[in-house]
Every structure is written in structure tokens, then in C-alpha cells.
Design a protein around this ligand. Sequence first.
Ligand SMILES: CC(C)(COP(=O)(O)OP(=O)(O)OC[C@H]1O[C@@H](n2cnc3c(N)ncnc32)[C@H](O)[C@@H]1OP(=O)(O)O)[C@@H](O)C(=O)NCCC(=O)NCCS
Length: 171
Amino acid sequence: MKLKAYRLTPDAHPYLIERLRTLYNSAIQFLATHPIELRSREAQAAWWNSTDHDKVTVHLYSPVDNPWEIAAFSMVTDRGSFVTPMFAIAKNYWGKGYGEEIILHYLALAGGKPLRGEQLISNGAICHLNEKLGWQVLMEKEGTQFLFHPNIRQQEVYDEIVRYNDEGSTY
Ligand SMILES: CC(C)(COP(=O)(O)OP(=O)(O)OC[C@H]1O[C@@H](n2cnc3c(N)ncnc32)[C@H](O)[C@@H]1OP(=O)(O)O)[C@@H](O)C(=O)NCCC(=O)NCCS
């Protein structure tokens, strides 16, 4: 495991909600969700206060080898029969395997439910990771691909990969 996940509670410190905002704002150009706008500090706080915390799960992530930093966030929304995820990593932490770990984490958080997602075709890294981790492209429109993930046996695969990473195996 390269990251430690911290779940944000409804009464999370405003500093953490603000860090979530800066991570989100810095990733907007790479996200496929439209329309999307830069969030102000005030809008962010209002959004957090009005969020249904039974349905929306937000985590911040710190590198295990640098626990003082917050490098990424994920947000998982339960929409009944399916789940939608979103996440972003601060640019100075790209290319370290965090993306893969966060995707495996949110698949586990989905609790066995299938997922719906979107990706920008121009975002090569996310297209590569999503395909590698089981996302399927359903359709394509104006530079965005609409995705489905069946999320079968994901918990077992997640546990296996965590064990694999911990043991430093080389198969
Ligand atoms: C996309 C993003 C999540 C990738 O995270 P990351 O930590 O850099 O990803 P990882 O290091 O786990 O893996 C990157 C993989 O993509 C590959 N890759 C990188 N750039 C690529 C490109 N342009 N085309 C194809 N593959 C690419 C790497 O070779 C690596 O492959 P591997 O796992 O098979 O070795 C990160 O760049 C990010 O947060 N971007 C902004 C927000 C975003 O796109 N969020 C996701 C949409 S919800």
C-alpha cells in the first residue's frame, strides 16, 4: 500500500474540505463530468453542508512515506442500483501508482455494486488505468467515453493485490 485513506466525516475540519476543493479545482480540465465549474471556498463549504453523507463517501489520501501531505481525494456516490466515482491526484504525485490504488479502493467501497463513469479520451493515463482495471466503454460522444464497471469479485482482487504489493512479489 502506497497511500493511507482518511474518510471525511460530516463535521470534518474546514481545512480538509478546503484541501478537497483545491485538489478538485486543479483536476477539472481532466474530468469528464460536464458542466463543471471552478469552486470557490464558500461554494465548497455550502456543497459539503448540503451533501447527503449516507450516499456520498469522500476520502483524502496521504502517501505512506509522506503522511504530512494530502496527495489525492476520491468521492463515491451511491445512486441506488449503481455507484459513481470521481477522484484526482495532485500533479506532483502522478506516475507513482496512486491512481491504480485509488481505483481499487473505490471499487471496494462500491460494496459489490456496478459502477457508471466517464472519461475524456484525451486523458491517456485514466483511459489506460480504467481499461486495465475492468472498466468497459459503452458509448462515445464529443471526446467523452461513457463507462460501465461490473465490479465482480472486486474485493477479493483488491485484497490479493494489496497482499501482492505488501509481499513485494514478482510474478
Ligand atoms: C489520471 C490519474 C488519475 C493517473 O494517476 P497516476 O497516479 O499518475 O496513475 P498510476 O501511476 O497509477 O498509473 C498510470 C498508468 O498510466 C500510464 N500512462 C500515463 N500516461 C499515459 C498516457 N498518456 N497514455 C497511456 N497511458 C499512460 C502509465 O504508464 C501507468 O501505466 P501502468 O499502471 O500500466 O504502469 C492522475 O493523473 C490524475 O489525477 N489526473 C487528474 C484527474 C483525473 O484524471 N481523474 C480521473 C478521472 S475521474
